[in-house]
Design a protein around this ligand. Sequence first.
Ligand SMILES: C[S@@+](CC[C@H](N)C(=O)[O-])C[C@H]1O[C@@H](n2cnc3c(N)ncnc32)[C@H](O)[C@@H]1O
Length: 250
Amino acid sequence: MSRVFLIGAGPGDPELLTLKAARLLAQASVVLHDSLVDPRVIMLANARAKIIDVGKRCGRHSASQAEICVLLVEEAQTGQMVVRLKGGDPMIFGRATEEMEALRAAGIGFEVVPGITAASAAAAGTQVSLTQRGISRSLHIITGHGAEGGLPAHDYAALTKSGGTLAIYMGGETLPGLAAHFIEAGMEPTMPALLIENASQPTIRHLRGTIATLPGLHAARRASGPVLILIGEVLSEILVNTAVEHAFAG
Ligand SMILES: C[S@@+](CC[C@H](N)C(=O)[O-])C[C@H]1O[C@@H](n2cnc3c(N)ncnc32)[C@H](O)[C@@H]1O
């Protein structure tokens, strides 16, 4: 039987947690969580559970990832039921592979419980389908953060030519460089772009622009929470959707 559960905590709103995640959280003796996991989700843990904040932001610190793997294995080896809570979905930019490999190497059974990823939450909040029929045939989930800290080595021309919607994770800091690469690769400077900070949370904030203007708008209003960037023709819809227009007011 699995004693360790790698669970997707979703984008913030505790009601977006799966029933399975909520049940396992209430049963676990140990909960290890990332800094992006909303405190309201952690409050659903068993009152007697040992709660450990492993405090990683945006998958950047590979040294502490190694420490997390060691800690996870150590806690699991006590025979207790362990929940490893990760923001969004564990299998999307969640460093799940390292943790699964460490558990396998230690002979510890585990199960992965999916969560709602940030792109899904962002789309729901803007009421825009990311794969709107007739406009976008694909959705590309990409990182904005290269492994060495700079820009990632995407095929910017291929992504631009695809005509699909781009969902960029961890791209807040590299947005100016990303935008320049896309425009250089042939993307129209007027391509609609949207930045969503704290998707699904009460502190949600949107910045609307184009691939050319969004970096400047973002620089003028620095975000403190996690941001997701959406790029694509589907976003032109938000300009005419009055219900969403209201949500953007202010
Ligand atoms: C290390 S990645 C983890 C992604 C996560 N596993 C998921 O499926 O959403 C962290 C990035 O996810 C995005 N993100 C996570 N939660 C978010 C939220 N509530 N609002 C906007 N972006 C979010 C941001 O781009 C952030 O930099």
